[in-house]
Design a binder for this molecule. Structure first.
Ligand code: SAM
Length: 247
């Protein structure tokens, strides 16, 4: 791993270690609850009988979502020790197995999975080689016919719905500055991420043999009722969350 990548993972783990509570609150903000969660529930469907690995599970928001879709067994891994401790505390029923781990490393000791999810967790790879390594690791732990569903934020500046992304260099694969707020303007936290275009994600996935389908992001009826259709127009025209299914 390059020194730049090493530093990025170390900085990311420290950031989440230090802001675990803020992130857990931000992960429940309206934008996610009204758009991302219902979209994932729709696309994941009935996971009865399935073994799921959630990469970059954080405090377990995405892992609990797959469990609620009926998964038989859910494993979550994250590079932040603090996030894993919080995830385990929330999961006091011991329904989900959480481990500190980096998806760049060999994951084969975790066994094989019907589904691997990565919800907002692959944008910490500093170069395309690292993205390829992460996606290859996913491929290796998928059972035959298994699927990889990920949510990514593509490279672009953005300001709306409580997400502000600015890019000092204007280049994909370079650090972007991110602020997360609620719809009333209260800020949860600031951090840096590395965003890649949808084209890059697709190229890297196809290079290693995945076929890729991009799935729509929807707004829950509750969100339309609460804020009105026109409020969501910009979001639906070009959702900040892009969801891909790779097989
Ligand atoms: C934006 S949070 C998303 C958390 C969770 N999936 C959710 O939906 O709320 C991104 C998480 O990915 C983790 N992460 C980033 N790169 C990772 C990697 N290579 N392996 C494992 N975890 C990683 C971070 O520590 C952080 O907890």
């Amino acid at each position: 791993m390059s020194a730049t990548q090493d530093k990025m993972f170390a900085d990311t783990a420290s950031m989440y270690d230090a802001n675990s509570e803020e992130y857990a609150t931000a992960a429940k903000r309206e934008l996610r609850e009204l758009t991302l969660s219902p979209s994932l529930i729709e696309h994941l469907g009935d996971l009865s009988g399935k073994r799921v690995l959630d990469i970059g599970c954080g405090t377990g928001n995405s892992s609990r979502l797959t469990l609620s879709c009926g998964a038989r067994e859910v494993t979550g891994i994250d590079i932040s020790e603090k996030e894993i401790i919080t995830a385990r505390e929330i999961d006091n029923g011991k329904m989900i197995a959480y481990f500190v781990g980096n998806a760049i490393d060999d994951l084969s000791n975790l066994g094989k999975f019907d589904l691997v999810t990565a919800v907002l967790s692959v944008h910490y790879c500093t170069d395309k080689g690292m993205l390829e390594k992460l996606f290859s690791n996913v491929q290796k732990v998928l059972k035959p016919g298994g699927e990889f569903l990920a949510v990514v934020v593509p490279f672009a500046e953005y300001d709306g719905y409580g997400v502000i992304i600015s890019s000092p260099t204007g280049q994909e694969g370079e650090l972007s500055n991110v602020s997360l707020l609620d719809f009333q303007g209260h800020k949860f936290l600031d951090f840096d991420d590395i965003y890649w275009s949808e084209k890059t994600y697709q190229e890297v996935l196809e290079k290693i043999g995945f076929s890729v389908e991009w799935l729509p992001c929807i707004v829950a009826e509750e969100g339309i009722q609460k804020y009105g259709e026109s409020f969501w127009k910009k979001f639906l025209d070009d959702p900040i969350y892009k969801i891909f299914l790779a097989k």
